[in-house]
Design a protein around this ligand. Structure first.
Ligand SMILES: [Zn+2]
Length: 262
């Protein structure tokens, strides 16, 4: 019974986060503040009240329309809230969460923070074909804090993390030098940084699975686009980070489920 309550709370946190991530995806590329400025309707710019910001319920209560300008709210917002809630819930189920198991609770929190970052990276990449640097730095910070915890409190050997971190540092330096020279962010370097971050969280074999799912989904998307003969869409750039992030989330849930059944 107490587990049902925990799962419900985790789902609700997920929907709240889903609602926050639509805002983050919209504002981070515009370099707008994401924590202090109130949410507003993208159509009429009216500031949203507390009752307009409750995930899922507000959407249903308002009939999918803005309270102030009566314009339709995109159903995407509702879908993203439900999807994020479900992802958080599946993640908690996959690690078979128990309240009295501290290391599982810590792993749950790190996982939720990490997956949240992936969802924002995916959203920004899908809209702009760009990997957000502040969110990459956020992910590295979360992972570094987790490594320090593992090393100090669970005496786990973290030498492979240190090697990965040094590679990441080198890539960030290359990225900065490149940015100064060409005045343009290098998408390839950003994708490699994202891959290494994912390899740190899911280990080598987990990343192999992530890469496989990513390649398969990109291939399938290409085939579908070709079949629908959407030529103009076919020449459009692929949001690689978007595919990588969702593949990584599937991998994490899959690997944890198997590891817990053993
Ligand atoms: Zn409005």
């Amino acid at each position: 019974m107490e587990n049902v309550i925990i799962y419900l709370i985790i789902f609700l946190i997920g929907t709240l986060f889903g609602s926050f991530s639509t805002l983050a995806v919209h504002r981070i590329p515009l370099h707008q503040d994401i924590t202090h400025k109130r949410s507003y309707c993208p159509k009429c710019n009216h500031k949203l009240g507390f009752w307009d910001m409750i995930p899922i319920l507000s959407y249903i209560a308002l009939g999918g329309k803005c309270r102030y300008c009566k314009n339709k709210i995109r159903i995407r917002y509702l879908m993203l809230e439900i999807l994020t809630g479900t992802v958080f819930l599946l993640f908690a189920i996959s690690i078979n969460i128990q309240i009295y198991n501290i290391s599982k609770i810590i792993y749950l929190m790190v996982g939720i923070l990490y997956i949240s970052g992936l969802i924002i990276i995916a959203g920004i990449d899908k809209e702009n074909i760009k990997v957000s640097k502040p969110v990459l730095v956020y992910e590295i910070t979360i992972l570094s804090a987790y490594m320090i915890y593992l090393y100090i409190l669970e005496s786990i050997n973290i030498y492979r993390y240190v090697i990965y971190l040094l590679i990441l540092l080198a890539l960030f330096i290359i990225n900065t030098v490149n940015l100064k020279k060409s005045k343009k962010e290098n998408y390839t370097i950003q994708i490699i940084i994202l891959c290494i971050i994912q390899a740190i969280f899911t280990y080598g074999y987990g990343f192999m699975m992530t890469a496989t799912i990513t390649l398969l989904s990109i291939a399938i998307t290409c085939i579908i686009r070709k079949m629908l003969k959407k030529e103009e869409q076919f020449s459009k750039k692929m949001p690689i980070a978007y595919y990588l992030c969702f593949a990584n989330i599937i991998t994490i849930i899959f690997i944890n489920t198997i590891a817990c059944r053993r």
